[in-house]
Design a protein around this ligand. Structure first.
Ligand code: HEM
Length: 670
């Protein structure tokens, strides 16, 4: 009953009390509103995730789903080839590579709309609770096994106490049944349906293999007991306990002695709490205060005292290894469970002290508290660790990430080379000696940019650029402008980007941009065609916009979306039926570069664009989290005829037309 009571808070309150502690970071962030869709959604977790079993998906506003899988130790990445405006839903299932636990959740972000910022956490599924119950049984059985062997040895001292014969077979069978339940429930909780490949992938993972060794050891212990080989039972129990320790959080703790500390903790817990569990089942002739009962208790006290000291000491060592500091004790669900566990352990210790002083002998109550401690431990073992690991992860410093990005006053241009985003920034951007800062970012992320060779060819001469950070390369050049500069990026996904430089220094672009913003936001209607490339695939989309809140998006060969105020209609193709759903209303006109602030805007070209005088303004937005380069072809009235956007994995060209044409976007079906 005490065990059930210890599990009750979990049933009443979702296990992941702080779901965001599991998903430690994401790009975009939950609830974030972006100007253009990201090339990839990146999720970072507090524990290493299993590459074979973890995955994430993103549902775009039109209903299209993009899938992704682990791209690094603690990272899942979903590449997106869409720029549809609206709310994007992210869902993930991360299976911890450390202990095989499934962590689930989801959140939303928006492109040109702001969604709510809640992070949904998967509440514990029935298999999660079954796994926790299995762990309580397994712990109880193993501790009972250790305690039983010990009490058996104490009872065999002279004078022998033949009545003190613990029902070891029942205890060992409990451990095996608990272990099996935990394993099967663990596989079922993976959330990908019950399939052999998933089960095999789980059993093949290091956590799965260790669990199998533990189960084999538990079965062997039972078989050895049936064959009356107590020493072999002891060895098998030790193996089962060590593998339990190696399949849990201890395996991921940074100090190398975490697994041995956990093993000693469990052995000592067996010698103290395990013995109490056994004592609760024994019936000494004449009761515990009779001569026989007191004889066994007097043999047990020294063992109990020593093992209590060992369990408390190793417990504190383990707590010290998992917590980042004292504050974690009350600020994380892991810490709060640990406090609860320690409180019940103290209550047990108090009862033991009363029994020692012969004030109150209540072995059954003590045993019930021991099971409650094990219930709390099962929840503890199922909790995500406080993100110790994150503070140790090699974080990409803002300083390093921003190197290679433009500052106010620079001349900056963006393009792509293969699937790499390439930013070229000339500082000071005047005729003569300049430093060319080159920013390179593949869709796989900053770490994948490390060591990628970059060569710069200007005025016919090629130079290898020096690395100045993961994404940063630099080379000193003597430039007059008005010529081509080529950036060649190595690697299998690389390529080259040719920038046509304006005459130096290029004119400031602020006033042109202000004119453009004012004019474009007065539009009532317009049409736009967009080509989105990722370096691997290309997507064509056409848009119709009608102020103040109507938009029609049509992806070539794909989905169609009509947004009318707070209602969104979508269909998967011309022949498919429309679905209608409430959504966050879009505000139109709304352009990808509206977020600003535009950094280092400069007029980089001027000429006759066919329809009249056109000037091209180039600028940068987004800082180091979503670096994006823009070029706008603006006519004499301030209308943007063409826009180019270069962001990670998203290289886009948009053509604008039909400004203030008379059309209306109708509700589908009317
Ligand atoms: C003040 C005393 C104690 C403290 C501070 C403590 C702390 C801990 C900690 C931090 C862990 C690691 C949990 C994880 O895997 O994340 C642990 C594991 C464990 N403790 Fe304790 N503990 C204490 C007493 C006890 C007692 C009295 C028992 C037995 C009734 C017990 C049984 C266990 C078990 C079975 C494990 C699981 C090991 C595993 O799954 O790897 N602990 N304890």
């Amino acid at each position: 009953m005490a065990g059930v009571l210890a599990l009750a808070p979990a049933a009443a309150h979702p296990l992941p009390v702080e779901a965001h502690a599991r998903l430690v970071a994401s790009r975009p962030a939950p609830g974030e509103m972006l100007g253009l869709a990201p090339g990839a959604v990146v999720l970072e977790f507090s524990e290493p995730v299993s590459a074979a079993l973890s995955r994430a998906s993103v549902e775009a506003p039109g209903g299209r789903r993009f899938g992704g899988s682990p791209a690094g130790d603690r990272e899942i990445r979903v590449e997106l080839t869409t720029n549809a405006p609206g709310v994007y839903g992210v869902d993930w299932v991360a299976i911890s590579a450390v202990d095989g636990h499934a962590l689930r959740g989801g959140f939303r972000f928006g492109v040109k709309v702001r969604p709510d910022a809640t992070v949904q956490s998967g509440s514990p599924s029935p298999p999660d609770l079954a796994a926790a119950a299995g762990h309580v049984l397994e712990y109880t059985g193993l501790l009972f096994g250790v305690g039983g062997l010990l009490l058996r040895a104490l009872a065999r001292r002279r004078p022998r106490l033949p009545w003190a014969s613990p029902p070891l077979a029942a205890g060992l069978a409990t451990a095996l049944v608990g272990g099996l339940t935990g394993l099967v429930a663990g596989v079922l909780s993976l959330d990908s349906g019950v399939s052999w490949p998933t089960a095999l992938a789980y059993l093949g993972s290091s956590a799965g293999r260790t669990r199998l060794v533990g189960l084999a050891a538990e079965a062997a212990a039972l078989a050895f007991w049936a064959a009356r080989l107590p020493v072999a039972v002891g060895v098998a129990l030790l193996a089962a306990i060590a593998s339990l320790a190696a399949a849990g959080h201890a395996a991921s703790a940074a100090p190398p002695l975490a697994v041995p500390a956990d093993t000693v903790h469990l052995l000592a817990a067996g010698a103290w709490a395990g013995c109490i569990l056994v004592l609760a089942l024994l019936r000494p002739p004449g009761g515990w205060l009779g001569p026989e009962g007191r004889r066994l208790l007097s043999r047990f006290w020294p063992v109990a005292l020593g093992s209590f000291g060992a369990v408390a000491a190793t417990g504190m060592v383990r707590a010290g290894q998992e917590l980042r500091g004292l504050a974690d004790l009350w600020s994380t669900s892991y810490g709060r469970l640990l406090l609860l566990k320690s409180a019940v352990v103290l209550a047990m210790a108090g009862l033991s002290a009363l029994a020692w002083r012969r004030r109150l002998l209540a072995p059954r109550l003590e045993a019930a508290l021991a099971v409650a401690v094990l219930g709390a431990t099962a929840l503890l073992a199922a909790q995500p660790l406080p993100p110790v690991s994150l503070s140790q992860a090699p974080a990409l410093g803002a300083e390093e990430a921003s190197q290679g990005l433009p500052r106010e006053g620079d001349l900056t241009l963006g393009d792509h080379a293969g699937s790499y985003l390439v930013g070229l920034t000339l500082r000071p951007g005047r005729p003569g000696p300049n430093t060319a800062w080159i920013f390179v970012l593949p869709v796989e992320g900053e770490l994948a940019a490390a060591g990628v060779p970059v060569r710069v060819v200007a005025a016919g001469a090629g130079r290898v650029a020096d690395a100045c950070g993961l994404t940063c390369r630099r080379v000193d050049l003597d430039l007059q402008g008005a010529g081509d500069l080529r950036v060649e990026v190595g690697g299998s996904e690389g390529g080259s980007a040719t920038f046509s430089l304006p005459r130096l220094p290029a004119a400031a672009g602020q006033s042109l941009l202000a004119l453009e913003q004012a004019r474009m936001h007065r539009l009532r209607t317009y049409r736009m065609d967009e080509t989105l490339g990722s370096g691997r695939v290309t997507v064509h989309t056409s848009y119709e916009s009608e102020a103040p809140d109507r938009l029609h998006v049509s992806v070539e060969g794909g989905e169609e979306i009509v947004a009318v105020g707070p209602v969104r209609y979508a269909r998967e193709g011309q022949a498919a039926p429309w679905t209608r759903a409430p959504s966050v209303a879009l505000r139109t006109p709304f352009f990808d570069w509206d977020f600003g602030p535009a950094r280092a805007p400069r007029v980089v070209a001027a000429g006759d664009g066919g329809g009249g005088a056109e000037q091209v303004v180039s600028f940068f937005e987004g800082g180091s989290t979503t670096p994006t380069w823009y070029r706008l072809w603006v006519d004499g009235d301030g209308l943007t005829r063409q826009a180019e956007m270069m962001a990670q994995g998203h290289f886009m060209v948009q053509h604008y037309a039909d400004f203030d044409a008379s059309f209306t976007i109708e509700t589908p079906g009317t």
